[in-house]
Write a protein that binds this ligand. Structure first.
Ligand SMILES: [Ca+2]
Ligand SMILES: [Ca+2]
Length: 385
């Protein structure tokens, strides 16, 4: 029953349900029924379903959120979320390029920082660019991230490592160098939204309860890497055991239990929620569809509003960053972008039945009336005989 419901919902989400209805009606010999099929096809074509990426239906329910690894990830606590749709993959370069082509949108990294965003900065230092990972030479203190993060003028989503690095922008790789605000703008254009943190983790766990990884408790089941992360000594030496130094195509590694790709590693993903390290403080009651704290506070950078990021990236390793585990968190300011951060979008389950379905009752009434009108003279002649 659940499988049938999911299949029906998938058809509706992909705007295929009216097409399926139309196909059935076309098989009828009756002329009014064929008219109904044609009307259904026209109505389906008028719906805006062509620009949506593939989405997966995430079932609602309770699960244990967070982990016990760090202060901001703890305590492990039970929450409940309703069913929702989530993009099956991270948003790709090709999808983001379509958004930019359609809207002319300019990302935060492509603009000089405004005085509202960054107050204490000289005018000649207001330069468009973004943060890029550059491996240091030799050993460094892992607490000093500035050894491997550099602001690179000209770095943006088209040039993730800067304009001096001539690497091709592959359409199936996740878009990076997008801020939380950029992600919000894309989601709005798609008629979607960013997932809440609770939704994101529900989806990332893929139905597995309190497991260390999205695929279970073993890092390397059957000796195979399940996600694009870092192998070797971070940040100086990447052994490339999973085959990728930076981003991988969004479907490169196995999907989780809900059919989602890239929920562990590859690129961090923005969530809607504001960040506070004490955001998981016990409330004494079960939290249903939690939206996160009403304000943001980061003791490492007081005064800077931050949003939650989830899922880790190709820079995570088990000796430095556990972000690729589903219960761990990261944060950054709303206007900041990185070469290892992207996003995916969500949508409520009730929001998107195809518009054409609203017209179906009218078509049915018209078809029934036409059919009765055709049969009336025949019935009269039969009676006369
Ligand atoms: Ca890798
Ligand atoms: Ca990811």
């Amino acid at each position: 029953m659940l499988r049938a419901r999911a299949a029906l919902s998938n058809l509706a989400n992909a705007n295929l349900l009216p097409l399926a209805v139309a196909a059935c009606l076309l098989c009828c010999h009756d002329v009014p029924m064929r008219c109904l099929a044609l009307a259904t096809l026209l109505a389906a074509a008028s719906c805006d379903g062509t620009k949506s990426a593939e989405m997966s239906l995430i079932p609602g329910g309770r699960y244990w959120m967070g982990s016990q690894h760090g202060n901001a990830d703890a305590p492990l606590h039970e929450v409940e979320v309703d069913a929702f749709w989530l993009d099956t993959c991270e948003v790709t370069n090709a999808e983001f390029a379509a958004f930019v082509a359609a809207t002319g949108y300019v990302t935060d990294a492509e603009q000089k920082p405004s005085k509202e965003d960054v107050k204490d900065l000289a005018d000649d230092q207001r330069i468009a660019g973004s943060l890029v990972f550059l491996p240091p030479v030799g050993a460094v203190d892992l607490r000093e991230f500035w050894h491997w993060w550099q602001f690179v003028p000209g770095a943006d989503w088209r040039h993730p490592s800067g304009k001096s690095v001539a690497s091709p922008l592959l359409p199936t790789q996740p878009v990076v160098q997008v801020s939380w605000r950029d992600a919000k703008a894309y989601a709005k254009w798609q008629g979607k939204r960013l997932p809440t943190e609770a939704e994101w983790e529900r989806a990332a766990r893929g139905g597995l309860d309190r497991k260390t990884f999205a695929w279970g408790d073993q890092l390397l089941p059957s000796g195979k890497w399940q996600a694009n992360i870092w192998q070797g000594t971070f940040p100086g030496k990447n052994e490339l055991e999973d085959g990728f130094f930076a981003t991988a195509p969004v479907r490169e590694f196995p999907a989780n239990g809900y059919g989602l790709y890239g929920m562990s590693g590859n690129v961090w993903e923005w969530c809607e929620d504001r960040y506070r390290p004490d955001g998981y403080e016990p409330t004494g009651t079960l939290q249903r569809n939690p939206l996160g704290p009403s304000d943001s506070f980061d003791p490492d950078e007081p005064g800077v509003a931050k949003r939650v990021m989830r899922g880790g990236s190709y820079l995570c390793s088990d000796v430095y960053c556990l972000g690729y585990q589903p219960g761990t968190r990261m944060k950054s300011s709303e206007d900041t972008s990185f070469c290892h951060t992207g996003f995916r979008c969500a949508r409520a389950t009730k929001a998107r039945w195809p518009l054409s379905l609203l017209f179906l009752p009218i078509f049915v009434i018209v078809a029934y009336t036409l059919r009765r009108a055709r049969r009336a003279p025949l019935a009269k002649r039969t009676a006369e005989l």
